[in-house]
Design a binder for this molecule. Structure first.
Ligand code: PLP
Ligand code: ZN
Length: 413
């Protein structure tokens, strides 16, 4: 028997066979993959995982594909870095950085979800993939579908950073830039998805795609020596990653791979687009949609599909939320670069800034273990920092000119 039983509505529990559908036709609740954990428990062990490939597919039994994986064979198993300098700067004892800014092949955690989505899309027999994206997902869908030889239609808001546009166009997709916000792009894509029989990775394939984010959580626990940390700070856009990290830790507990999960999960958003964090801080049950205005374009989703579940994750775990202004985002990016030598994108700046605030507010204890989720690479969002860093010092090609420069007193630490 396969380790995937089928699909189930998260709200009413009604069951469905495995197929490219995403909403319950009775209550309009979101569908999710329904696993046979008893069977998984019999065939999977820590040892088996440790002996598996150094990719997301070491957790294959906990991912929703039936055959062998065909995509993202080198994706995942990114470093979990024990911080020294940033920990000291923040005054905390045990700090780790889960670094997906070096994800293969497109430098963001979206490679994980796309690896699962495309493996599944191929099992379903699709020849065309598509997505609505704030940038990173677009890059990843383009790269993975190029390798897989699938046709690709990628929809983005027209005002994305040049790095994100170039990192899609290089793979020769059909790239459609919409004059509007991500939420408008997404709405249009839902209409297109009902007309064209394509695998929209974050629409009709979403229940399968989203499961890929669990691997980020599995890796944190495995790399900590089969232990769940006390605090994890996660950047939130659609709200899927944060919910799936929580799910991953609880699955590991259910299977006996970690002895306890006392992890508090924290949501990080930009001040100019914080529907989830606002609901958490106002103790509201309603995620009020907003019109985003922030330099953190990858997180600029005003009406998050999984916002409610993100909020529930934070509540259930006993965590909290914090948001960062544009200038705090830039400071966060620079702080991580200066202390740890990691150049993250704006989403990472949001996470670092939110962590700092949560520590200052006393929401996170300085004596507990903390994992910061760095999910994307700064080379893609250079516009955000361009006016906030130094400039190269230009000189003539002579030793004299160089010595002159040294004497000017402009040398950095
Ligand atoms: C770099 C980065 N981090 C985090 C997120 C948030 O992920 P989610 O939409 O699952 O909340 C995104 C989403 O696009 C992203 O691009
Ligand atoms: Zn239902």
């Amino acid at each position: 028997m396969s380790h995937v039983k089928g699909m189930r509505c998260k709200e009413c529990g009604r069951e469905y066979p495995k197929s490219p559908i995403y909403v319950c036709e009775y209550c309009f609740g979101a569908l999710e993959v329904n696993y046979n954990y008893e069977a998984i428990g019999k065939s999977l062990s820590r040892k088996k995982i440790e002996n598996g490939p150094k990719s997301i597919w070491r957790y294959k039994e906990l991912l929703p594909i039936d055959g062998e994986p065909t995509d993202g064979l080198n994706t995942g198993f990114t470093p979990l870095i024990k911080s020294r300098n940033l920990a000291k700067e923040l005054g905390v004892k045990e700090l780790y950085i889960k670094d997906d800014s070096v994800s293969h092949p497109t430098l963001s955690f979206k490679d994980r979800v796309v690896a699962v989505a495309l493996s599944k899309a191929k099992e379903f027999g699709f020849d065309t993939v598509a997505c609505a994206s704030t940038g990173n997902l677009a890059n990843s869908v383009c790269a993975h579908s190029a390798l897989a030889g699938l046709k690709r239609f990628v929809f983005i808001p027209a005002d994305l950073e040049m790095g994100k546009i170039v990192a899609s166009l290089i793979y020769e997709p059909n790239l459609i830039a919409i004059e509007g916000t991500y939420d408008e792009v997404n709405r249009l894509c839902a209409e297109i998805a009902s007309k064209h029989k394509w695998a929209f990775v974050n629409i009709n394939i979403r229940p399968f795609y989203a499961e890929g984010s669990k691997t980020y959580g599995y890796e944190i626990a495995e790399q900590l020596g089969w232990r769940a940390p006390q605090n994890i700070i996660v950047p939130v856009a659609g709200g899927s990653l944060i919910s799936k990290i929580w799910k991953a830790l609880n699955e590991f507990h259910k299977l006996g791979f970690v002895s306890e999960v006392k992890t508090k999960i924290y949501a990080a958003q930009a001040e100019g687009c914080s529907p989830v964090v606002t609901a958490i801080r106002e103790k509201s049950d309603i995620i009020r949609p907003v019109k985003p205005k922030t330099i953190a374009k990858s997180l600029a989703i005003g009406n998050p599909a999984d916002g409610y579940y993100a909020m529930q994750t934070v509540r259930e775990s006993g965590g909290y939320g914090a948001y960062a202004s544009d200038s705090e985002i830039v400071d966060g990016i620079k702080l991580l670069a200066r202390t740890e030598g990691i150049f993250t994108e704006t989403a990472g700046g949001v996470t670092v800034a939110a962590t700092k605030k949560l520590l200052e507010e006393g929401r996170i204890s300085r004596n507990e273990s903390i994992v910061i989720c760095i999910t994307g690479n700064g080379l893609k969002t250079q516009e955000a920092v361009y006016d906030h860093i130094g400039k190269p010092y230009k000189i003539k090609p002579s030793l004299e000119a160089f010595e002159e420069y040294l004497k000017k007193g402009v040398v950095q630490r």
